[in-house]
Design a protein around this ligand. Structure first.
Ligand code: HEC
Ligand code: HEC
Ligand code: HEC
Ligand code: HEC
Ligand code: HEC
Length: 396
């Protein structure tokens, strides 16, 4: 027994991701404001900034649920999820030794507890996550993500897009994943998200259709002229640069869903043929599991409403015991319900007898009914419907 523990300890030391401590001066976005105010404010509104147990209800409820169902300590699960959600954490793995301490409530002053409480991770995916990457191990196994896929720069060195940037506050260095190949940076985390059973429930990397647009073109902004730093360096002026917005806007921003998909309607005898096309280079829904598309069909006879049908496109996640569960505990899921990248999905729906017209509306929802109920999510954003597109047709 003693030796088994020893083995575990040695194993953690060998395979845990390398940690580089971030100096106090660089830990928080607050210290970048003096010269990069605009960027900090844009990032603050993004969900990258909310990626922490305390700041995202859905993340918190999922972590609680995984801990309860797997009987692992809450902190061990938090450390696991930190791999991508809080990558500047100072403890990257926990073992049986920690589980025993946690059960005996001897973990109060432990490294794990300190790491999780630390201010250094409270900002989630902040400046010193993306800009302190020295290199990305693209050759690594596809399952290795987040902290297991990167090496960090020395504290105080910022990787960025420019070969000639000079700053009095920090060192700078250019990296390809900040300039020519930024998709590589996004795929450090936005790929191969898998459950405790090894089931991959999201993989943006394998479904992505590479074209002329990169992730940053749509989820930051197209390049535009502006200043990267407001500090006046060039003869009393700030340097003009090509920059992008740090908005990272996505699924939580309702206005972005408008026209993200398109809809085509046709009558085929007693059926309505509904074709949904996805012009985006990745599947929709994609991203996190349990996202949903709702199709509402409202049938009318003249001006009189006859019937409303609702169809849900979402996946159901099944545990190894064959029960409904959340993506992170799934062994499998029902058939993929997403609309493929730059592809289509066609559905046939029987018309309501007597109807003379139908209005069809597509909506998006962050969490489907099943998972929302399981996790008892309270905040309205998880169930709100974002409008995507609509269409109408006269029926014969
Ligand atoms: C999710 C990753 C990510 C995070 C988090 C992030 N950045 Fe960036 N940042 C990028 C990428 C990618 C670029 C390169 C954009 C380009 O020019 O194509 C960039 C560019 C920059 C630039 C150069 C100017 C520009 O807009 O291109 C500065 C300065 C910068 N970031 C500062 C910050 C600061 C300060 C924070 C924290 C508030 C931050 N970044 C957070 C990914 C990130
Ligand atoms: C005292 C001012 C100042 C502070 C504070 C500051 N920076 Fe900078 N930063 C600059 C200047 C100046 C540049 C160069 C701008 C240029 O060349 O256009 C720069 C450039 C950058 C770049 C681009 C580097 C490249 O090679 O492309 C990044 C990334 C960056 N800063 C991140 C940060 C982060 C993160 C923080 C906070 C931890 C921070 N900066 C704090 C002044 C500052
Ligand atoms: C270190 C891991 C990591 C990296 C690198 C990363 N992301 Fe993220 N990203 C996340 C996590 C985790 C979330 C979910 C946060 C949450 O909702 O709590 C997220 C959320 C998002 C969202 C969803 C926002 C919303 O409102 O739904 C978008 C869009 C996004 N990231 C784009 C990008 C782009 C573009 C890049 C590359 C420039 C990138 N990310 C790099 C981990 C990462
Ligand atoms: C041509 C523009 C475009 C490109 C390129 C693009 N996306 Fe998207 N993405 C969208 C649109 C539109 C949506 C749906 C509305 C929204 O969430 O912004 C979306 C949604 C998302 C979502 C939420 C998905 C969901 O179903 O919940 C994530 C996460 C995301 N994108 C990440 C990425 C990453 C990572 C890349 C690069 C591999 C990328 N996107 C490339 C346009 C794009
Ligand atoms: C491989 C990296 C990775 C790991 C490890 C990871 N996540 Fe995530 N997670 C992401 C990314 C990227 C997103 C954003 C996807 C999107 O918005 O569509 C995300 C989003 C989420 C969301 C949705 C948040 C929201 O606001 O909608 C939840 C919930 C979540 N993760 C839970 C967890 C839990 C629980 C764990 C640990 C058991 C975990 N994640 C581990 C990458 C990861």
């Amino acid at each position: 027994m003693k030796y088994a523990w020893l083995l575990l300890l040695v194993w953690s030391a060998l395979f845990g991701a390398e940690v580089v401590e971030v100096g106090e001066r660089f830990q928080h976005s607050q210290s970048c404001k003096a010269c990069h105010l605009q960027i900090v404010q844009e990032w603050e509104d993004s969900w990258h900034a909310k990626s922490h147990y305390e700041n995202d209800e859905y993340l918190r409820a999922s972590i609680d649920y995984v801990s309860r169902k797997t009987r692992k300590s809450l902190n061990a699960v938090k450390v696991e999820c930190a791999t991508c959600h809080n990558p500047r954490i100072s403890v990257t793995q926990t073992g049986m030794d920690y589980e025993i301490m946690a059960v005996m409530e001897l973990d109060k002053g432990s490294k794990v507890n300190k790491a999780l409480k630390s201010d250094a991770i409270s900002e989630g995916i902040n400046c010193v996550v993306c800009h302190n990457i020295e290199m990305i191990h693209d050759e690594a196994d596809t399952s290795k993500r987040g902290i297991n896929r990167v090496e960090w720069t020395k504290s105080g060195t910022m990787a960025g897009p420019y070969p000639d940037a000079k700053s009095p506050y920090h060192k700078t260095q250019q990296r390809d994943f900040m300039s020519t190949n930024p998709d590589k940076l996004c795929f450090v985390c936005h790929a191969n998200d898998r459950s405790s059973e090894g089931f991959v429930f999201t993989d943006m990397q394998s479904e992505f259709v590479a074209g002329d647009k990169k992730c940053v073109d749509c989820h930051m902004s197209p390049k535009k002229i502006g200043v990267a730093a407001t500090l006046k360096l060039d003869n009393g002026k700030s340097k003009q640069r090509e920059i992008r917005e740090h908005s990272f806007a996505g699924a939580h921003t309702q206005t972005l869903w408008r026209d993200a998909l398109s809809l085509d309607l046709k009558q085929e005898g007693k059926d309505l043929l509904l074709t949904i096309s996805n012009p985006q280079p990745h599947n929709i829904p994609s991203g996190f599991g349990a996202r949903e598309i709702l199709i509402e069909l409202s049938y009318k006879k003249g001006a009189e409403a006859l019937e409303i049908k609702t169809i849900s496109l979402t996946n159901q996640y099944i545990s190894k015991r064959g029960k409904a569960t959340i993506p992170h505990l799934a062994e499998s899921s029902t058939k993929d319900a997403t609309i493929p990248a730059q592809g289509k999905k066609a559905l046939k729906v029987a018309n309501v007898i007597g109807a003379t017209s139908v209005d069809v509306t597509l909506y998006y929802r962050l969490v489907n009914d099943e998972v929302r109920t399981m996790l008892e999510l309270k905040e309205p954003i998880w169930s709100e419907k974002s409008f995507i597109t609509s269409g109408s047709m006269k029926l014969k």
